[in-house]
Ligand binder design. Structure first.
Ligand SMILES: [Zn+2]
Length: 264
């Protein structure tokens, strides 16, 4: 049996995104077609808690799970995107960049229409689970320990204050992480963290770097259907290659010189 679990990563769903996020934005029409493919696949849509329970050995996963995740907190999320998901009975997970959505907050994300933090509880009523996507969206593997701790704890606290319950799941901005970031995420009270990796996850994936597939505007329904079939990408877990490690050292050196940078 193919053990692949596709964890889709969406950003904005809109027709006229700002240029900087356009590559990672799908139109509402393409999005609807993707969701129909998810329904037609016969997979069981779950949120991150279900995968977390399985990876922690607390509960089995339903057969052929699939996850839909949304990063950053763009304005469409509590509106047409939540409607499209709820209309098909699809639960999802939203990772919010608190500095970009809180009143008076600050983040490294360039300007874009964002949802307000005050609508976070509404997302839950639509069947979404809320996770943290840090405060400023910095590249976590380049930060000092103090900066890293603030990104992990302050975003968690802001969401917990708003929702009134624990928020034990994290997504690394742009997926950037390292052994140190993963250990700090665990120490900050997170049970899981999703990365990117451009790979399919699996029922044996690593809790602190769950693989996700970024959906780009150029991806077709055929791409989405291939991933749903467990094809078209490698299956995590697997070790970091030398390129990933070299790229991390390069970015860390640059951050030392220039300060924290936006992670796309
Ligand atoms: Zn992001």
């Amino acid at each position: 049996m193919n053990p692949a679990i596709p964890v889709f990563l969406y950003h904005a769903v809109m027709d006229d995104p700002p240029d900087w996020i356009a590559e990672f934005t799908v139109t509402p029409r393409d999005f609807a077609a993707h969701l129909d493919a998810v329904v037609d696949s016969g997979r069981t849509p779950v949120t991150i808690s279900t995968l977390a329970d399985h990876l922690a050995g607390r509960a089995p996963l339903p057969p052929r799970a699939v996850l839909l995740t949304f990063d950053d907190g763009f304005a469409d999320l509590p509106g047409p995107t939540a409607d499209a998901l709820a209309g098909r009975g699809l639960p999802a997970t939203a990772y919010l960049t608190t500095g970009a959505i809180a009143p008076g907050g600050r983040s490294l994300l360039p300007p874009a229409p964002m949802m307000p933090l005050g609508r976070t509880a509404e997302l839950e009523r639509f069947g979404m689970e809320i996770g943290s996507h840090t405060v400023t969206h910095a590249q976590l593997d380049t930060l000092t320990t103090r900066q890293l701790r603030a990104e992990l704890l302050d975003s968690k606290a802001a969401l917990e204050d708003t929702l009134g319950h624990p928020v034990p799941h994290l997504a690394y901005p742009h997926g950037y992480n390292s052994p140190r970031v993963r250990a700090m995420a665990a120490r900050a009270g997170y049970e899981t963290a999703t990365a990117v990796r451009h790979a399919l996850s699996s029922d044996r994936d690593e809790r602190y770097r769950i693989a996700r597939l970024i959906v780009r505007r150029s991806h077709t329904v055929a791409d989405v259907s291939a991933w749903l079939a467990g094809d078209g990408a490698r299956i995590a877990p697997y070790r970091d290659g030398p390129k990933t490690i070299a790229w991390r050292w390069y970015r860390r050196g640059r951050a030392t010189l220039n300060g924290p940078e936006f992670a796309g």
